[in-house]
Ligand binder design. Structure first.
Ligand code: ADP
Ligand code: ZN
Ligand code: ZN
Length: 829
């Protein structure tokens, strides 16, 4: 069993922050107290004094007095002067340091910078960064270190210390909670502090109770040959183990070998069985994979990466299937060898099991996965082990940018253009790429931004410095990029084809099975139809809580027909008649994944179809399982949404059909074209990654659209050039900056009034380099009964202290209306 307390206390010794002043220092502490709604930052950050005999470092976890209680807190900042309004006699001393060195260097600087830039308070940042419950459920304990106490030395310590020692000695394990000792001994803290200083006891944090490290039995092969004394059965077991890289989970070996009888092998010393933390290995211990011989462009890229200086970020622009992942892997290997760790951020972990697998098979149990689908306990465990500083690779989603790795040697963002790297709905509205750059500067390590369709921001930046632009212009083994065919759906209709499938897509699907190939069909919406309306009176069925139409969901004949709101998840049974006029003629408009799957099964009964969208992949492991079925060839066609765009590398997929590209093209948002180009290019890139050539068919009603043209010719640069011109002329990012202020509340008028108040104040007080657009209602004004208004600020100059400028505006907002500031918003809807 792993001793988690020991792991906490062995955290690397670090140099203390400079304490240059000799006078009294005050300390700001972020205290762990319940978070009242609408609370202000200063309710959580309190000032304390530091007792003479206590050494505090920033980032230490402390116990501090609060009212009549003692609570946990984190040391944030030293102050030379007391904040105005506070008198020295109001200040209470820190009680004790519970754990030292809990956070890597510069970690608090990073969090503070995020709070400032994204105009939010530190506690909000701390909450996304730290695993929930780190402070809340932690408890301080005191443990005796008998081996450190010189015989007879007790007589030299104070009566208080002696009292505590004797209590501890009388406990079987020599271990009590600090709280218990305080109850038993008056002023126990002085004694405890004395004993800690002497090294006779140690103070540690007990892990949250919910923590439950999953242990599983793993079996490891200890021999490299086949000794002569093996029976035939034992030989078979050894062979299987060897084939699997020498290590497997016990149940899996038992299944493959068809036996549970491993004892003779253990007795002979040929294998060992041990308990392992489950999270160390993602799902199976995989066979080791060796570095590949790089192509010349991969080699060039790798060499350039190896000469990067700390704080530099480089764009790795490689077309789909060009071998970016192999470059990441070989760039990380020397980082690990140098005793450092690497952080790999991916858009959605559940959707990229293949990527995770490749890392595990290269780096084995040095790979950890960290993302929000982990339970609180799993997150805590991963977090805690990161602090030990052993070289490792963390693969995670957006919030993994906060992984507390003490010796960070490299940060990689795969698919850096992906919008999931930005937290849009919750505060702070941080972008992991922006945070990654700050972190790399603070920790002096490079950042690699990889993409086939880089964001305009990253592209523009890399153009300014050619040494920070690396390109993989070709697919591995010179495989061609897939041929893209555009089908004009208006023409199909004129020819009398009313089906969802164009003639061209139809004939490609017809020959699919015979050729032993597979297809992916991309649909931009889930559900069956996007809206339902009455053919007699035109009535559209809408969500009672949102200003949107309801989508029709129907999975299979006989199943319940449902209407569902994609914004608030309201659902109702599909009515037999129009609620307005009673007519039975309700018609479905718009096409979702369910409808495509249904029609496909109807028109091509031979094809086995699998639906892959957020309805079918709710369960944590579902994406992996569904994809495995598809990769194993159990299905011929995968029908799915946006989720398909991310990193699928399936050899037998030769055909990609995009059902209706138009759904992506028309949005009011200024980034609509960029997103459409990225999505279409990424989906197209799933075709022809194996031996056989790929083909993409894009069905659209606007074949002349420039985005469609650019996707057809794989012309990223051409697209970017035109798009940048538009952005520049309107001063949109990446030229100007945007800040979106969102208002919402149940009372529509109060929301509108608040937005107007704030807008007026902005007009009067912000400088001339700000453009103020709005206030205006959001595109969908009401969601889940909440009314939504917004103000868009456009800034041409340098982004100064946005928080300082905008946060005071909160006082103009009416009660029960909430105001959120989104700095660098990705969507404005
Ligand atoms: P990307 O991440 O750019 O889409 P991948 O890294 O997934 O591309 O590479 C595509 C395929 O090519 C993968 O199956 C990978 O194993 C293989 N591959 C990558 N680099 C090499 C190489 N140097 N030699 C042979 N195969 C390679
Ligand atoms: Zn009607
Ligand atoms: Zn709704």
């Amino acid at each position: 069993m792993l001793d988690r307390c020991a792991t906490l206390t062995v955290a690397e010794p670090r140099t203390p922050y400079q304490l240059t002043t000799t006078g009294q220092l005050w300390l700001e502490v972020l205290v762990d107290r319940p978070y009242p709604r609408d609370s202000q930052e200063d309710q959580q950050i309190l000032t304390y004094s530091i007792p003479q005999d206590l050494t505090v470092e920033i980032g230490d976890i402390l116990s501090v007095p609060f009212g009549s209680q003692v609570i946990g807190g984190i040391a944030l900042r030293f102050l030379e002067n007391l904040p105005p309004g506070l008198e020295e006699n109001q200040i209470r001393p820190v009680e004790d340091v519970i754990t030292k060195g809990f956070f890597p260097d510069n970690y608090w600087q990073l969090l503070t910078k995020i709070a400032q830039y994204y105009a939010t308070d530190l506690i909000t940042v701390v909450r996304v960064a730290l695993p929930t419950g780190l402070l809340r459920s932690s408890q301080r304990r005191i443990r005796l270190k008998p081996e450190a106490i010189p015989p007879g030395a007790e007589v030299f310590c104070t009566p208080l210390s002696r009292q505590i020692l004797s209590l501890l000695k009388n406990q079987k394990e020599g271990d009590y909670s600090a709280k218990y000792l305080q109850e038993k001994v008056k002023n126990a803290n002085y004694g405890i502090r004395d004993l800690v200083k002497r090294g006779w006891v140690e103070s540690y944090l007990e892990a949250p109770k919910s923590t439950n490290i999953k242990q599983k039995k793993a079996i490891t092969l200890l021999i490299t040959d086949f000794p002569a004394d093996l029976t035939e059965n034992q030989r078979k077991i050894v062979e299987i183990l060897r084939h699997q890289g020498g290590e497997m989970w016990l149940p899996e070996l038992a299944q493959l070998a068809g036996t549970k009888h491993f004892k003779p092998l253990i007795d002979k010393g040929y294998v060992v069985i041990e308990d392992r933390e489950f999270l160390r290995l993602s799902s199976a211990i995989m066979s080791r994979d060796q570095p590949k011989t790089l192509t010349s462009s991969q080699k060039q890229a790798l060499e350039a990466i190896q000469t990067l200086k700390g704080g530099e970020s480089v764009l790795l622009h490689g077309v789909t299937g060009s071998g970016k992942t192999e470059v990441y892997l070989q760039a990380i290997a020397p980082v690990l060898a140098a005793g450092k760790s690497a952080l790999v951020l991916v858009p959605e972990i559940g959707l990229t099991p293949q990527l995770t697998d490749r890392f595990v098979s290269r780096f084995g149990d040095r790979v950890y996965v960290y993302h929000s689908a982990l339970s609180e306990g799993e997150r805590y465990d991963t977090w805690r082990q990161m602090l030990t500083g052993t070289p490792q690779v963390i693969i995670g989603t957006r919030s993994a940018i906060f992984a507390p790795l003490p010796h960070l040697g490299m940060i990689i963002l795969d698919e850096e253009h992906d919008s999931s790297f930005k937290q849009s709905q919750l505060l702070p509205t941080y972008h992991a790429r922006t945070v990654a750059k700050w972190r790399s500067q603070l920790n002096h390590c490079p950042v690699i931004l990889g993409s086939a369709t880089p964001s305009l921001e990253t592209w523009l930046e890399s153009q300014a410095n050619p040494s920070l632009y690396l390109s993989l212009p070709e697919r591995i083994q010179n495989r061609p990029l897939p041929r893209v065919e555009i089908v004009d759906m208006r023409r199909e209709l004129q020819r009398g084809n009313r089906s969802l499938f164009s003639q061209s897509l139809r004939s490609s699907l017809e020959t699919l099975r015979d050729k032993g190939e597979q297809a992916i069909l991309f649909v931009s919406r889930r559900g069956h139809s996007t809206f339902v309306s009455c053919r007699s009176c035109g009535y559209v069925l809408e969500c009672p809580h949102c200003d949107v139409s309801l989508s029709y969901h129907h999975t299979e004949p006989g199943a319940q027909e449902l209407l569902r709101c994609h914004y608030c998840n309201y659902g109702r049974i599909h009515p037999k008649q129009c609620p307005e006029c009673g007519s039975p003629y309700l018609k479905f408009f718009g096409t979702g994944t369910q409808r495509v799957t249904q029609e496909l099964t109807k028109e091509f009964p031979d094809l086995r179809c699998l639906r892959f969208d957020s309805d079918t992949t709710r369960n944590k492991n579902a994406p992996r399982e569904l994809l495995k079925l598809f990769t194993d060839g159990e299905f011929d066609v995968l029908v799915g949404t946006q989720m398909l765009t991310k990193g699928l590398d399936i050899e037998r997929v030769t055909l990609v059909g995009i059902m209706a590209a138009d759904g992506l093209l028309y949005h009011s948002d200024y980034r609509a074209s960029e997103r459409a180009f990225q999505t279409l290019t990424q989906v197209a890139g799933r075709a022809g990654r194996g031996e056989r050539e790929g083909k993409v068919i894009i069905q659209t009603y606007t074949p002349e659209h420039p985005v469609i043209r650019a996707v057809q010719t794989h012309d990223y640069e051409g697209f970017v050039e035109t798009e940048l011109m538009h952005r520049e002329s309107l001063n949109y990012p990446p030229y100007g900056s945007l800040v979106l202020i969102r208002f919402s509340g149940l009372d529509g008028e109060a929301v509108q009034k608040s937005a107007e108040n704030v807008a007026e104040e902005c007009v009067n007080n912000l400088g001339s380099d700000w453009d103020i657009l709005g206030p205006a209602p959001a595109t969908i004004m009401r969601v889940a009964n909440r009314y939504r208004w917004q103000i868009l600020l456009k800034l041409s100059g340098e982004k100064a202290d946005i928080g300082g400028l905008l946060r005071p505006l909160k006082s103009l907002v009416l009660p029960k209306v909430s105001m959120a500031i989104d700095v660098d918003p990705l969507t404005i809807e």
